[in-house]
Ligand binder design. Sequence first.
Ligand SMILES: Cc1cc2nc3c(=O)[nH]c(=O)nc-3n(C[C@H](O)[C@H](O)[C@H](O)COP(=O)(O)O)c2cc1C
Length: 393
Amino acid sequence: MRFIAPIVIKETQCALSSPDHKRGGYPRQPAIDRTNSLCHRLRVMLFSLARPLIYLLDPERAHRLAITALRLGGTRKIPASDPRLQTSVAGITFPNPIGMAAGFDKDGEVPDALLGLGFGFVEAGSITPLPQAGNPKPRLFRLTEDRAVINRMGFNNSGSEAAAARFAARQGKSGVVGINIGANKDSADRVADYAIMARLMAPFATYLAVNVSSPNTPGLRALQDESALAALLNAVVAARDDACRASAKAPPVFLKVAPDLEPADIDAIARIAIEKRLGALIVSNTTISRPPLLSAHTSEAGGLSGAPLRDLAQQRLIDFRKATGGAIPLIGVGGIATANDAWARIRAGASLVQLYSAMVYEGPGLPRRIAKGLVQLMERDGFATIAEAVGTA
Ligand SMILES: Cc1cc2nc3c(=O)[nH]c(=O)nc-3n(C[C@H](O)[C@H](O)[C@H](O)COP(=O)(O)O)c2cc1C
């Protein structure tokens, strides 16, 4: 079954045409489309039925299957979010604060189908200038007993040219689609790679996310060091501005950081984020640390995500809130699997949240479930808007 969005808001990112400069807005609908909702329930039921079989598959195959299912069977119609969940960050209007984190849709194949699941925004990528195969397989591990994932994918993606063609084909569609940019493993000049990506992707992105925090590209996280980071962000911002010179507005630049940072690193990154007027900090990527785990895959190399990352990511968010003094919006990511997790992150200082690993265990109904739960938690705690609740813990 395939549904095509009946309402198309004409909107390019750099060349903004909407009069109120509301970007990434969500099409006004009088009510949730019943057919769409029924199909969604059917998809959720199918996932529940198929879950035992999916878990028999190698995780990377299962992921490929999920992308194919979304491409062929996902709805393109953005479901209505409760208006109380709408929030604004860096000049972008998000219909709800729950985002699909980077890494699921590395090549920007299914952003609209993911929005159709009820995500308020989708971050495609990481995308690098040239296609690259990534690390040898196996490189993705389900830690079922721990509700966790370990990955050492190594920025496998089909490169900027293929991604740009896909994004060009969806131009004019509504929905917040950020593009997460990275550098090629073998690049002689990684800063130049980010600049190339910023220039190429700015016309298509609602926001650009600079990923310097993947543990799976050797040396990449060194770009989080103070002087390297300042130079990198200067190059990215200059390239973005260059690409959007003739436009009303350029996509804001977000920075995605690792959870494995020392207090001095956090202070330095916070200072630079404020100085460079970043749109948001995304806290955080996967961890190279290993809290006690039950699964046999514990000792696999790579980044750990999912439930065991939750407390560390929450603490890093609190650290960044303190270090930035609330001057830069924060996006909380890491181990979020329930409305309570998302709410705790928001109360701790996140203006938005993202998730990935929980989708592996909870399936396609998760974003809508969290959205519904968030509204109940807002009511319980007496908040009329998400923005009001940010940082009130
Ligand atoms: C298989 C996999 C691939 C990922 N690839 C990327 C990536 O390409 N770029 C990136 O910024 N983060 C990537 N991430 C990190 C996620 O975006 C997220 O920050 C992390 O998984 C923590 O969130 P979670 O606990 O909800 O999964 C990846 C995560 C996983 C599990």
